[in-house]
Write a protein of this length. Sequence first.
Length: 113
Amino acid sequence: MAVTIWHNPRCSKSRETLALLQARGIDPVVRLYLQDAPSQSDLTAALAKLGQPAAALVRWKEADLPAGLTKDSPETAVLAALAANPRLIERPLVLTQDAAALGRPPEAVLDIL
């Protein structure tokens, strides 16, 4: 099974999730999403697998949050903000061919494997 993790090595939950995958014998593709920012179409595809609105991927307490962006903002506005500033993306995100899960807590990703 192909597994990808949108990973930030500075994030403890992201490191824990990656270690959990590796401990289970899974060698995921590691996408350093801060350096390789997902496009709006990447985000849309990930959200379709996650089964959540774009607001679910936002780190709402992030200092770089654009003024006026709220959980009720239109999907297009949220997607544009996430694509423009990947620091706003909640991490880690683990994706398979058919599903996605946020690693908060890290064990949450086991449901899609």
